[in-house]
Ligand binder design. Structure first.
Ligand SMILES: C[S@@+](CC[C@H](N)C(=O)[O-])C[C@H]1O[C@@H](n2cnc3c(N)ncnc32)[C@H](O)[C@@H]1O
Length: 208
């Protein structure tokens, strides 16, 4: 599938109608999501034919992108049942399949789940300190090959150190730096849009 077509499919995903501030429910827009998944497949072969998990799947954008790129199976995990219901509707709308699991990643409930690749846009950890690191630890536990994740650029040194030293990543590389348009979906954002510097990371968990 061509990048532009993937982006246009993702443009039809319905995003959080009433985002929950405490869960940092801001969506990954179609532009970033399509490029993230496209790079994972075209540069590294990490999506097509693979078992892919979308941790903190929210409305399902990243998992849906993986399914559209012919992942063998896609698992979406989120703590919020409203988000999972919306992800299910989005999957039906786009005629793709995702196995949806309600689980709290801060309680490390994913024992037994083994996938090839994790794709995720975790909370930045601004509402609940450490939420980003909990996601990273969980992702590196379940991924057999690679993790693609978005983190604030200001946390770059910390992320690299924790991934390799504490969570067992073999490699941790920033693929590119993005400007993330955090739309004014929450009342406490005074500006209409807030642009944040975000790194797209690729972590590997085995010597592939
Ligand atoms: C930044 S949003 C990303 C949503 C979606 N992945 C996307 O890219 O559009 C973070 C997601 O993580 C979920 N989340 C937050 N804390 C969680 C936790 N402890 N366990 C599982 N999911 C959580 C939120 O409900 C939300 O859907």
């Amino acid at each position: 599938m061509k990048l532009k077509l993937l982006e246009s499919y993702l443009g039809s995903v319905t995003q959080f109608p009433s985002p929950k501030v405490e869960l940092e429910q801001y969506p990954t827009g179609p532009h970033i999501a399509s490029r993230m998944l496209y790079m994972a497949e075209n540069s590294f072969g990490d999506i097509t034919g693979k078992v892919v998990a979308d941790l903190g799947c929210g409305c399902g954008t990243l998992g849906i992108a993986a399914a559209l790129l012919d992942a063998a199976q896609v698992v979406g995990v989120d703590v919020d049942e409203d988000a999972l219901a919306l992800a299910q509707e989005n999957c039906e709308e786009l005629e793709v399949e995702m196995d949806l699991i309600q689980a709290n990643l801060s309680e490390l409930p994913l024992q037994g789940l083994v996938v090839d690749t994790v794709v995720m846009n975790p909370p930045f950890g601004t509402r609940r300190k450490g939420a980003d690191m909990e996601f990273l630890a969980a992702a590196l536990k379940v991924a057999g090959t690679a993790v693609y994740s978005l983190h604030k650029s200001s946390t770059r040194t910390h992320i690299k150190r924790a991934a390799v030293r504490d969570f067992g990543a073999k490699t941790a590389d920033v693929m590119c730096e993005l400007r993330y348009d955090l739309q004014a979906s929450y009342k406490f954002h005074k500006q209409k849009e807030k642009d944040i510097a975000v790194d797209l990371w690729r972590f590997t968990t085995s010597s592939v």
